[in-house]
Design a protein around this ligand. Structure first.
Ligand code: UT7
Length: 332
């Protein structure tokens, strides 16, 4: 009997309107457009402004668009998983708020916290809910409002991150398309290099933590960079190897958009040319769990049924991984 696989049957991204350019950042911290572009590849990023605008706004807008374009009724959704490190609030889960916001009344929903690898974790998990045969329609959201935890006085982090995200619909198929393989890793000893110091149970919010600016993301950039280059490249090469994929078999590398230099190193290690690499870092920066669905959304019109895609990411935790999937549909 043919195996049941989970296949992406639609993708939709959403980014806020406000564009924060490198030029504007020059007026906020001691940096310059040339440094940012050459060291990261980023030219601008989007910022979600306004009162009471949490990550759920990104998710709700993406999921609404996804339901519309795939002609899916919200009541038919079984499960919504949201990957994010910037939930609207510690609880309830942002996925619960998204489900309510789109009218997915018959779904259950929960969040995944795996930082920049969150979408890979959530996509793997969502696929497995489909593969068991117990669920028919699963939505996986990757979204972050990074501006809510970024210190706009810290030039080492504020130039990288932006707000945005996207959602995919997963359905079952007996065809040879969909999520074929997944390779996920975590190493909690990486926490000192990328974390938020306060606001959790270890160090709850206080006047002191606020004055010490401990509610912002802390990153030891060059250390994270070294781990990212090595691990994202290695895990991408590994998933190719164990699926007997040669560089010429790969249609697209879909890399986490943290730094163009990390992306180039991963493509080099895989033997894949730049024409096969999805890249939108210059306009959105690093949206953490949002980067991969935003890439799929931007490149959707170029994807053909059966295309071999390698998704890869590295981020806080440390967490990293790759997914091999065969695209499920031709441009509509
Ligand atoms: O997505 C989750 C995982 N995160 C990542 O993958 C990010 C990984 N890290 C990076 O992308 C890079 O480390 C950064 C973009 C954050 C920094 O680039 P770098 O090439 O690693 O720079 P660095 O931290 O080693 O700093 C080099 C120099 C320093 O000056 P000195 O000490 O050499 O005089 C920094 O102070 O660049 C300076 N610098 C800046 N200069 C202008 C740091 N940030 C800036 C800035 N503008 N924004």
């Amino acid at each position: 009997m043919k195996q049941t696989r989970a296949v992406i049957t639609g993708v939709q991204g959403w980014v806020p309107d406000y564009v924060l350019t490198n030029r504007e950042l020059e007026t906020m911290v001691d940096t310059n457009d040339e440094w940012i572009v050459t060291r990261t590849g980023i030219k601008e990023r989007r910022i979600l402004k306004g009162e009471n605008q949490g990550t759920s706004i990104i998710g709700i807008n993406a999921v609404k668009g996804l339901l519309e374009k795939t002609n899916t009724a919200a009541e038919d959704i079984d499960l919504i998983i949201c990957a994010t490190v910037t939930p609207d609030m510690p609880f309830p889960a942002t996925a619960n708020i998204i489900a309510d916001g789109v009218g997915a009344k018959n779904s259950f929903s929960f969040d995944i916290s795996a930082a920049c690898s969150g979408f890979l974790y959530a996509l793997t998990m969502g696929s497995q809910f489909i593969e068991t045969g117990m669920h028919k329609k699963v939505i996986v959201v990757g979204a972050d409002k990074m501006s809510s935890i970024i210190d706009y006085k810290d030039r080492a982090t504020c130039i990288i991150f932006g707000d945005g995200g996207g959602a995919v619909l997963l359905e079952s198929t007996k065809e040879e398309v969909g999520v074929m393989d997944s390779l996920l890793h975590a190493d909690g000893s990486g926490a000192p290099y990328l974390h938020m110091k306060a606001g959790g149970s270890r160090k709850p919010a206080s006047l002191e933590t606020i004055n010490a600016r401990e509610h912002f993301a802390f990153q030891e950039g060059s250390t994270v960079f070294k781990f990212a280059v090595t691990n994202m490249a290695e895990v991408s090469a590994q998933i190719m190897q164990r699926n007997n994929l040669k560089p010429e078999d790969i249609a697209w590398l879909v890399p986490h958009q943290a730094n163009k230099r990390i992306i180039d190193a991963t493509a080099n290690r895989m033997g894949v040319g730049p024409e096969k690499v999805m890249l939108n870092i210059e306009k959105y920066g690093n949206t953490t769990a949002g980067t991969l669905p935003l890439c799929l959304w931007d490149y959707e019109s170029q994807l053909k049924k059966g295309d071999n895609l390698i998704l890869a990411a590295f981020g806080g935790g440390f967490t990293w991984g790759s997914i091999y999937l065969k695209w499920g549909y031709d441009p509509r």
